[in-house]
Every structure is written in C-alpha cells, then in structure tokens.
Design a protein around this ligand. Structure first.
Ligand SMILES: [Zn+2]
Length: 328
C-alpha cells in the first residue's frame, strides 16, 4: 500500500473534501458527518478510504442528503509518514473534567502551555479545532453532528470501534457490527474522539486492522458508506447501493461490547516484553503471566480480555484488560 500523498492539492487547508446536501432544502438536511483520517500520520489506510469515498460521492448525480466533511489530521506527519512529529496528536485534545463531569473546554496550566508551544502537534490541533469551531458557527444550533475518526493498528487486530459513550447510548455504534470498546478515555484522555464527544457529537474511533493490511481500507470504506447511508435520507440508500454492496463489515454475528477496566503502565526506563500470542480480546484469567517488566513476571490483576497488547518497542501502555458488558 504505497500511497503517494499529494497534500499540495490542499496546501492551506485541513479539509480534504466536502460534500454538501441540497441547499434548496437546507431546513431538512442538518446532519453533518465529519470524517477524519491521519490523526496518526503513518495510518494511510484511512486517507485512502476517505479519498475513495469522496470520489465516489462526487460521481453521484445527486448530492447526498447529508453534509460530509473530510478532515485531515496530522498533515506534517502524513507527509513524513510518521505517527507524529513531536507528540501524539491523539493525546493532546485535552479536556477539563471538573465541570459536573461534563467536559467542555481545553484547559492547560501555564507551564504546560509554554511547553506545548514548542510542540509541532499543538499547531495541528489548534488548526483542527478552528475548523470545527468555524463549522459549528456556520451551521448554528440547527445542526446535528456526527463523526468517524479512522485509524489502523501496528500489530494484527480485528477491526473494532472505540467510543466515549455510555452503554445505553450505543445504538448508532451497533449498526456497524463491530466489537465496541467503551471507556478508554478514562485511562488515556486527549483523544480527538473524546474532544468531539465532549462537544455533543455522536460518533466513534474505528480501527480498521493492521496498517498495511489491504483489508483495512475496505473495512474503513464500508464503515463510512454505512454511516452515510444511515445518516442520509432513505432515497440515498438506494443510490449508494449502486456502487457498493450492502456492507457486511464483520464476520461476527453478534459483536460484543466491552468496557476498559485496567491499564498496565510501563514506567520510564523499564523494559517491557509482552508474552507472545495475545491479541485483542484474547481471554485471560487473574494471575496469568502476561508479560515481563525488567525480567519480572507481570500478572493479570483481574480476569477479562486483553486489549491493545504492546508488541512494539515504544509506548507506555503495556496492555489493557476489558470485560464484556453486552448481554448482561
Ligand atoms: Zn491511530
């Protein structure tokens, strides 16, 4: 999947493309779907999926009855094919948790701000926030906002959805027939996803599979198409059917919903090695040996299922343990 990224096409803009609904009937078409890709610059599958869906939408003879905005994440990192330049962009959409647990604003201490000014990703983040704020301003209170933030994973993984909602609010997510993981923001705040959810948007992060797996593009495209179909008026569903088979994204019949219960943090300077053979949703039992830290065994503190086991050399998240909350 060697993709040459031509960011010259949008030299001064974060917007990869935009499809707007029929303006004559603006009162009826207030749904906005923000599709973002490249928040991590080495995750090219999302960019390819976005470009291909955008082209397909442009070829339709009638505009979709939905406004769709395709947003670029970390532009410089995309150019350099790196996950990030200085700091993970998907950790710095910081939110103030202290307001009746309704996070609404970014808040950073003065010292943090001084440090952050030196960081490339702060510029990227602030430009993205500007686009979002301008969009909200132009739409006004009428709009209903949805989002999908596309990612892929470094190691093999089944596709899944991660979201910052309560189990009772997962109806939209369940339409995609993928495993759903809730609550990661409690352990790693500052996700773009978390930022949008805090503004009242409905949506999720989707992990399409391993970075270079050609199937990841296909899965991400199917997720986008399905979202567009769901959020558009019924007529469009038939038209979109002309260029895509009805999406059957996952081969799981009843994908489960999980909640994150535990994160293993790797202290600075320590050597962490995940034992081989774990992948997302592998079952583990309490006290099972999962990894080593400076050659000392790391045991599972609780029973559950492994999530995001670390098999690369960098990062401070060793693994997570999730548990199933659906069908309880
Ligand atoms: Zn990512």
């Amino acid at each position: 999947m060697d993709k040459i990224i031509d960011l010259k096409k949008t030299p001064n803009s974060r917007i990869l493309g935009q499809v707007t609904s029929c303006k004559n009937h603006s009162d009826h078409h207030d749904n906005y779907l923000i599709i973002s890709c490249g928040i991590h610059g080495n995750e090219i599958a999302g960019l390819i999926a976005a470009e291909e869906i955008l082209e397909e939408l442009k070829l339709q003879s009638t505009a979709p009855e939905l406004n769709v905005l395709f947003l670029l994440g970390n532009r410089q990192a995309l150019k350099e094919k790196k996950r990030f330049i200085d700091k993970d962009l998907n950790r710095i959409f910081l939110i103030d948790y202290n307001k009746d647990s309704l996070p609404v604003t970014r808040q950073e201490s003065r010292q943090d701000l001084e440090e952050l000014n030196e960081i490339h990703e702060v510029k990227e983040r602030d430009e993205i926030i500007k686009v979002i704020e301008e969009l909200e301003h132009s739409v006004g209170v009428k709009g209903k906002f949805y989002y999908i933030d596309m990612h892929t994973t470094s190691s093999y993984s089944k596709p899944y959805i991660s979201a910052n909602v309560k189990f009772s609010q997962t109806d939209f997510l369940k339409a995609f027939e993928l495993p759903i993981v809730l609550g990661i923001e409690k352990f790693i705040p500052g996700h773009f996803d978390h930022y949008l959810a805090s503004r009242g948007y409905v949506g999720f992060t989707v992990e399409g599979g391993q970075h270079k797996d050609p199937n990841a593009v296909k899965i991400l495209k199917e997720v986008l198409l399905k979202a567009i179909k769901i959020l558009s008026k019924p007529k469009l569903i038939d038209r979109l059917g002309n260029f895509s088979k009805p999406a059957k994204i996952s081969d799981e019949n009843h994908p489960e919903t999980y909640e994150v219960l535990f994160r293993f943090h790797i202290p600075e300077g320590k050597t962490f090695r995940m034992n081989p053979g774990f992948e997302n949703f592998t079952k583990v039992v309490k006290n099972q040996v999962l990894a080593s830290l400076d050659n000392k065994a790391v045991l599972a503190p609780i029973s559950g299922q492994i999530f995001m086991p670390l098999y690369q050399t960098s990062g401070s998240d060793g693994f997570y343990i999730v548990h199933k909350i659906s069908n309880e």
